[in-house]
Design a protein around this ligand. Structure first.
Ligand code: NAD
Ligand code: UGA
Length: 436
């Protein structure tokens, strides 16, 4: 099959590279000239494990190309995927569809014969029909169908998630378009559940899945707070409840609150859509509120661990990205925690293996960016682990003790066993467990 990907970001680039690995001919289109020229030179604009190898191998095999020229991208194309951003519209919390509609109009003007237009971006229910109308209005002669094929990959594990998904959702009407979609996913069809639905259900599945995962995380985060009050251990509670197969073990890791480019914006967009439709999703509304408060409250924990005040204290922040194995800073808890620490009078020194360039653009100039975890901790009063990068799991605890002025660690990811920290002579505060 010949596939065009409109939007070459986290989803467009990973999906395009994986489709080329399936054996399809893929051309990735983007309006960002700098991004495309870097990709043409073999440079990968994002940090995603394994992506550089996948892109270079498929580009070398002639199955993966990059362009800013949408007409070139759509030539002879069987399916064109819209994979542009759908950020929160600041004025009302709805998903901003301006990039999706701009892409739809570009596609309409450049379509070359019968083409399946696929919404891969996360879009509110009803968008696929609006995309259909936009294309039909822009080019009344266009021969096309619209299909919804939401994406469920996670950053940091994106290639594996795409190549071995729990399911593929195909929402559409009409055999002609659906048979093109089945052919596209044919290379993984034998081991993958393919769920075929109508357009609206496919669009809703994506929001329902993200919102449900956000509910799960917020649930365990609130249970963690209760554990701290009553002497429980949230890790044990998560294991004990997660082994019930109706609940499941995944996404029960208590932490500083969920962040990232999707859960915050998608929960908000779902809540807005549901309210507008007169069928509010109260659980999701509550989760949004619980999570926002949680992120802001994390700085208070650091102050408490330091005796109540951070005035004049130096805080070493380990990790600023919203999770490990990505350089993505969108809605990272660090964007709430670091300014809150500074507002309490702390000097913040921070280190992240991949996210510092982007974080430096989003946080104020007073943050001191350090070359490594040990550099950040040298002479600091307290270390705060915000992101669960592997290297923060493997700190030399004796060295940490000698580096920190007052050996306090606030671990917002529960990377260590409290008993090990006691044995190392560190004062240790984590999430949903007793401070030691
Ligand atoms: P992104 O911001 O990384 O990439 C979007 C790209 O689209 C940018 O490179 C931008 O320049 C380009 N673009 C915008 N308008 C364009 C146009 N008219 N023509 C061509 N290119 C255009 O976004 P992302 O993180 O890849 O997310 C894309 C969509 O996928 C969103 O709806 C998101 O919710 C969804 N999604 C994201 C993830 C994830 O892990 N990031 C996972 C599943 C779904
Ligand atoms: C999430 C979903 O997991 C993907 O299925 C979905 O495709 C994607 O959103 C999307 O729509 O963009 P992602 O945001 O990359 O993927 O990362 P997750 O691993 O889901 O983590 C999201 C946030 O939740 C992170 O801040 C993470 O630290 C937090 N989290 C996750 C927890 O606090 N506890 C957990 O148990 C799991």
């Amino acid at each position: 099959m010949r596939i065009a990907m409109i939007g070459t970001g986290y989803v467009g680039l990973v999906s395009g590279a994986c489709f080329s690995q399936f054996g399809h001919d893929v051309i990735c289109v983007d309006v960002d000239e700098n991004k495309i020229s870097r990709l043409k030179k073999g440079e990968i604009p994002i940090y995603e494990p394994g992506l550089d190898k996948l892109v270079s191998e498929n580009a070398a095999a002639g199955r993966l190309a990059f362009t800013t020229d949408i007409a070139e991208g759509l030539k002879g194309c069987d399916a064109v995927f819209i994979a542009v951003g759908t950020p929160t519209r600041p004025e009302d919390g709805h998903a901003d569809l301006k990039y999706v509609f701009a892409a739809a109009e570009d596609i309409a003007r450049n379509m070359d014969g019968y083409t399946v237009v696929v919404d891969k971006s996360t879009v509110p229910v009803g968008t696929a029909r609006k995309v259909y109308e936009r294309i039909a209005q822009t080019n009344p002669d266009a021969d096309f169908d619209v299909v919804s094929n939401p994406e469920f990959l996670r950053e940091g594990a994106a290639i594996d998630d795409f190549m071995h998904p729990d399911r593929v959702v195909l929402g559409g009407e009409g055999e002609r378009a659906m048979s093109v979609m089945r052919k596209i996913y044919e290379p993984i069809a034998a081991e993958t559940k393919i769920v075929e639905t109508g357009l609206e259900s496919a669009e809703l599945i994506k929001y329902a899945a993200n919102a449900f995962l956000a509910v799960k995380i917020s649930f365990i985060n609130e249970l963690a707070d209760l554990c701290e009050k009553v002497g429980g251990n949230v890790g044990d509670v998560a294991v004990g409840m997660g082994l019930d197969s109706r609940i499941g073990e995944k996404f029960l890791q208590a932490g500083p609150g969920y962040g990232g480019s999707c859960f915050p914006k998608d929960t908000l967009a779902l809540a807005q859509t549901a309210t507008a439709q007169g069928a509010p999703v109260r659980i999701v509304e509550t989760v949004i509120d619980v999570n926002s408060r949680r992120k802001r409250a994390m700085a208070d924990r650091v102050a408490e661990a330091c005796g109540g005040s951070l005035s004049g204290k130096t805080v070493a922040v380990l990790g600023v990205t919203f999770k490990a194995e990505t350089d993505d800073m969108r809605d990272s808890p660090a964007l709430d925690i670091v300014p809150a620490l500074q507002n309490m009078g702390a000097v913040v020194r921070a280190y992240d293996p991949q996210g510092m360039d982007e974080a430096a653009k989003l946080l104020n100039d007073d943050v001191q960016w350090m070359a490594g975890a040990e550099e950040a901790m040298g002479g600091a009063d307290v270390a705060v682990i915000i992101t669960e990068w592997r290297e923060f799991r493997e700190l030399d605890l004796q060295k940490v003790k000698s580096l920190l002025k007052d050996p306090v660690i606030v671990d917002l990811r529960n990377l260590y066993e409290p008993a090990d920290m006691v044995a190392s002579g560190l004062r240790y505060h984590s999430i949903g467990r007793q401070a030691v």
